[in-house]
Design a protein around this ligand. Structure first.
Ligand code: TYD
Length: 154
């Protein structure tokens, strides 16, 4: 099973949306294997957003992302990275289709509710950046039998 990192950003926490966002991933059938609240430090954010560090909006992005704590989650499932990205929608909330998280809750390209890993490779790096090994939990979920077919369960 694949893993993906999700960050419920400060705008979503401020707008009391964390529960609704978490519920969407649960309802989809993804398994939560790690979750915590953390005030993201600028040093970690510089690593996390290293592909954007020279962009004119970077300073504002860092200020926004470190303004209040975020809720970080690791979810697990078959093709979890792609599944989560599809649920989240494109960066600009105004372009995101209704039904996606950004499409339903955001009209912004900064305050866009959630971060989601964009590839299996970056998911691995991001999970390592934000979670210690002992913060990730392996456990058997009772509904597993009802979420995947027999040949999908690995
Ligand atoms: P990016 O990695 O391009 O998108 P995504 O979050 O969809 O993977 O950008 C990271 C974050 O940077 C994005 O979620 C919000 C912020 N951002 C801005 O604040 N302004 C911008 O113009 C863009 C493109 C991104």
């Amino acid at each position: 099973m694949e893993r993906s990192l999700i960050i419920i950003k400060p705008d979503a926490v401020n707008r009391d949306m964390a529960g609704r966002i978490i519920a969407r991933f649960e309802e989809k059938g993804l398994k939560i294997i790690g979750m915590k609240m953390e005030l993201l430090h600028p040093v970690k954010l510089k690593e996390h957003y290293s592909h954007l560090k020279d962009k004119p909006f970077y300073a504002e992005l860092e200020k926004f992302m470190s303004s209040i704590p975020s809720i970080l989650m690791v979810v697990e499932g078959k093709q979890a990275v792609e599944v989560v990205r599809k649920m989240v929608g494109p960066t600009q909330g105004r372009d995101a289709n209704p039904g996606t998280i950004r499409g339903d809750f955001s009209v912004s390209n900064q305050s866009n509710i959630v971060h989601a890993s964009d590839s299996a490779d970056s998911a691995e790096k991001e999970i390592e950046r934000f979670f210690r090994k002992e913060e990730l939990h392996e456990y058997k979920k009772m509904n597993f039998e009802w979420i995947y077919s027999k040949d999908e369960k690995n």
